[in-house]
Design a protein around this ligand. Structure first.
Ligand code: CP
Ligand code: NVA
Length: 309
């Protein structure tokens, strides 16, 4: 049996050091260039990624499957509908079993606690593919996209508009790791978790007036008003969030070359207008593409470290 060292996990952006994150972003761009140049690089030949999806996905699933194929490896899609996980096999047992077969596990689920529990019982690295609390993979892609368009983000001003949700929490963690200022414009009652915000209080602030919050911003980011699992609140949220739409008037408050990002899927006419998402300063398609390149960099980092097979 291969020598066993404790696996590194990626459950939040804080699991990697600042230095590791910067290296990973640089590596993502190198891997992108190399792939676009037609170079074959297969560091994960014969290796397998297990992907547990308890929520829907287009980007996360396809970027991991394509990325593993490009690396010479394989990805397995696992849904609770047709695995024993959906019939109540305990998380601990599932983690023990799966991690004896695959080299890495990605999980998209509801509770961050379930993800952490799986990681505690796993022999192999576990990656957060989105929970109700965080979406750190999206931040790898967003930071890569920013760096490719504008260079370092340290000292810049980012505006998060809308729900204080999983993406907002990961932006707060990114503000700590990448050293940018984050303004959060959200309706009363939809603030990010105080626990996530408190350690970042020196660089993050909640601003109620969204126009004022956009003033001079370098990057404006938003997300859906009702996340997966909140579909029943859609109508109520649509009313409450109506004043938090990213539109041309809001973008006009920001710095003239401000970028727009959205993790997608987006609802044109709700959280963002078509004019903004389809504008030249919108980098949403680069963000989506960079999911694949940054996740390849993450897989390489987690799976080819000394001591891992
Ligand atoms: N942004 C994102 O995670 O997209 P999917 O839900 O399609 O994976
Ligand atoms: N906040 C959204 C992100 C989707 C990628 C959700 O959790 O549904």
């Amino acid at each position: 049996m291969a020598e066993h060292t404790e696996p590194r996990h990626f459950l939040t952006l804080l699991d990697l050091s600042r230095k590791e994150l910067y290296q990973l972003i640089r590596r993502a761009t190198q891997l992108k260039e190399s792939w676009n140049n037609g170079e074959i690089y297969e560091p994960l030949k014969n290796r397998t990624l297990g992907m547990i999806f308890e929520k829907s996905s287009t980007r996360t699933r396809v970027s991991f499957e394509a990325g593993m194929a490009q690396f010479g490896g394989h990805a397995i899609f696992l849904s609770p509908r047709d695995t024993q996980l959906g019939r109540g096999e305990p998380i601990d047992d599932s983690a023990r079993v799966l991690s004896r077969m695959v080299d890495c596990v990605m999980i998209r689920t509801f509770e961050q606690d379930d993800l952490e529990r799986f990681a505690r019982f796993s022999r192999v690295p576990v990656i957060n593919g989105l929970t109700d609390m965080y979406h750190p993979l999206q931040l790898l892609a967003d930071m890569q996209t920013w760096f490719e368009h504008r260079g370092d983000i340290a000292g810049r001003t980012v505006l998060w508009v809308g729900d204080g949700n999983n993406m907002c929490h990961s932006y707060i963690n990114a503000a700590r790791q990448f050293d940018f200022r984050l303004r959060i414009a959200c309706p009363v009652g939809y603030e990010p978790s105080a626990e996530v915000l408190a350690p970042a209080a020196d660089r993050c602030e909640i601003v109620r007036d969204v126009m004022q919050a956009a003033s001079g911003a370098d990057l404006i980011v938003t997300d859906v008003w009702a996340s997966m699992g909140q579909e029943g609140e859609q109508d109520q949220r649509a009313q409450l969030f109506a004043g938090y739409q990213v539109n041309d008037r809001l973008m006009a408050q920001a710095s003239p070359d401000a970028l727009f990002m959205h993790c997608l899927p987006a609802h044109r006419g709700e959280e963002v207008t078509a004019s903004v998402i389809d504008h030249a300063n919108s980098v949403v398609w680069d963000e989506a593409e960079n999911r694949m390149h940054s996740q390849k960099a993450l897989l390489e980092f987690l799976l080819t470290r000394p001591g891992r097979r």
